[in-house]
Write a protein that binds this ligand. Structure first.
Ligand code: DAH
Length: 281
């Protein structure tokens, strides 16, 4: 009996002390750890998309709005798809290892997005309305206008009765969306192995509105990129009948579009990732 009484006394003392310590800890926490929720918080800096990603999405949206499909191409291509099936003759300068990065035998880093045309047409019968955007690689020394990696948008429309007028109208819509609804489009003859006829497209100068300025070099027009009617040899390479269908294609640099639109003087700035530049867009 004596031992039980002693045990109870000890247990009670322990319980009392424990309750005391817990309430003291609670008092301390309530006074010391209180948070003033009215103080301003630490703002998280919000990131943004790189300007080239923004342009890329803008161009994709324009073509999705026209009913085009957006197709992924391969950044690593074979000589067959990037040169042979695009009707590039043996000895064409772009086949040279001084111009193109050869990875292994006839495997290269693509120099242009045009192989996506061939792969899309091989994968399905006409009609085709597609754009394909992504990186391309050339063995260029960086300078204000060139960088060994850049981005292109490739476009291809194949159907019955497509004409140069459809090409011009489509490019006009694209250029008006990019550079303003008042813009005019001009096409000039040019040459690419995979189009016949080939053209270069110009947009009326959006700086001076054709009055003449340094940006358009007092021409009133600014060159944006190549285009043309798909060469019958390309249709034959993919198993389309050039007597049945016709089509147009174009391939433009996204960096060039961005630099023109925003007056960026040097393409290398887009690769330096200087926050002071990037956060302006
Ligand atoms: N692939 C050409 C280049 O990189 C651009 C180009 C021109 C693409 C005409 C086309 C086209 O699809 O029809 O210089």
């Amino acid at each position: 009996m004596a031992l039980n009484a002693a045990r109870e006394a000890i247990e009670q003392a322990v319980a009392e002390r424990q309750a005391q310590l817990e309430s003291a800890e609670l008092d301390r926490a309530l006074t010391e750890e209180s948070v003033d929720i009215t103080l301003p918080g630490e703002r998280l800096r919000r990131g943004r998309l790189h300007p080239i990603t923004q342009i890329r999405r803008e161009v994709e949206d324009i073509f999705v709005g026209l009913g085009y499909e957006v197709v992924d191409g391969n950044e690593v291509e074979t000589v067959e798809y990037i040169f042979d099936k695009l009707n590039m003759p043996e000895g064409h300068v772009t086949r040279s290892p001084l111009h193109t990065y050869y990875l292994n035998g006839d495997v290269v880093l693509r120099t242009e997005t045009s192989a996506s045309q061939v792969r899309t047409m091989e994968a399905k019968p006409p009609p085709v309305y597609m754009v394909s955007l992504g990186r391309v690689y050339r063995r260029d020394t960086p300078d204000p206008k060139r960088y060994p990696i850049f981005h292109q948008v490739e476009g291809l429309a194949v159907d019955k009765g497509i004409t140069l007028a459809d090409l011009k109208g489509t490019l006009q819509l694209l250029l008006r969306r990019l550079f303003g609804e008042e813009r005019e489009v001009r096409i000039r003859t040019s040459f690419f192995p995979f189009t016949e006829p080939s053209v270069e497209a110009d947009v009326s100068c959006f700086i001076c509105n054709q009055a003449g300025c340094r940006v358009c070099e007092y021409e009133g027009w600014i060159e944006v990129g190549g285009a043309g009617m798909v060469d019958p040899n390309v249709f034959e390479a993919v198993g389309y009948d050039p007597e049945e269908v016709s089509g147009f294609a174009f391939g433009w640099g996204l960096e060039r579009i961005f630099m023109l639109r925003h007056g960026l003087p040097d393409i290398r700035m887009l690769w330096q990732n200087d926050i002071r530049l990037l956060e302006q867009f």
